[in-house]
Design a protein around this ligand. Structure first.
Ligand SMILES: Nc1ncnc2c1ncn2[C@@H]1O[C@H](COP(=O)(O)OP(=O)(O)O)[C@@H](O)[C@H]1O
Ligand SMILES: [Mg+2]
Length: 217
């Protein structure tokens, strides 16, 4: 039988409070969103280093890495069920696939939050509704949406992976900011002006916010 009624929720015997007390900070999701090349991974990893140095528990969930594992693409999944498996569970970049990509990541980030970890996520996450759905799975104050606000001209100039060049040449279809939408957050907790400031300064801005909200003491 595969029925929701037969699946019960298990409470953890080590409570969140116990974990947070031990860690010396609260669990939360710091959700970076912005164009490709805006600086999401750089800032997330800068913070991860800072947290690690201070003995805090943090984790980075990064777009490309997740798409190699948890959310591997169609054609990347090799299972005994072959093509059907890949077709059903492999994720691409269509709107529906992006929705499922973010849903799965949100679910993972929520587990980290529940265990008192600071989850740093670095995904373009272009659709407002998908980000808001993750927000709604968390309690008030646990989802910190950080808009990495870098103009597309700057992202395109940086182009460390040569992706904008390929998108402009039509070699990549559905590239966010070129021929796919990016929906700017309407009420993010933080906006980082990542074309004008260094990653260290931007990371400090996030830390100041976390202290103000009592996530870090
Ligand atoms: N604040 C910043 N100032 C200048 N360059 C930056 C800054 N943040 C990131 N970069 C550079 O921009 C490029 C893209 O950054 P990355 O973090 O990979 O972006 P994203 O993860 O949003 O795609 C990299 O080459 C990185 O070194
Ligand atoms: Mg990145």
């Amino acid at each position: 039988m595969n029925n929701d009624a037969n699946i019960t929720w298990h409470e953890h015997s080590v409570s969140r409070e116990m974990r947070e007390k031990k860690n010396g900070h609260k669990g939360c999701v710091i959700w970076f969103t912005g164009l490709s090349g805006s600086g999401k991974s750089t800032i997330a990893n800068t913070l991860d280093h800072m947290f690690h140095k201070d003995g805090f528990q943090s984790v980075v969930l990064d777009g490309d890495n997740v798409r190699h594992g948890l959310n591997a693409g169609q054609g990347m999944l090799n299972d005994t069920h072959g093509e059907e498996f890949s077709k059903r569970f492999g994720l691409g970049f269509s709107a529906i696939d992006r929705e499922e990509n973010i849903r799965r990541i949100g679910a993972v980030a929520e587990i980290f939050t529940q265990t008192g970890v600071i989850a740093l996520t670095a995904f373009i996450s272009p659709y407002r509704i998908d980000r808001d759905k993750v927000r709604n799975t968390l309690k008030e104050g646990e989802f910190i949406e950080v808009f990495v606000d870098t103009p597309i001209e700057v992202c395109e100039q940086r182009d460390p992976k040569g992706l904008y060049k390929k998108a402009r040449a039509g070699e990549i279809k559905g590239f966010t900011g070129i021929d796919d939408p990016y929906e700017v957050p309407l009420a993010p907790e933080l906006i980082l002006l990542a074309a004008k400031k260094t990653p260290d300064i931007l990371a400090d801005e996030v830390i100041t916010f976390l202290k103000k909200k009592g996530i870090l003491s």
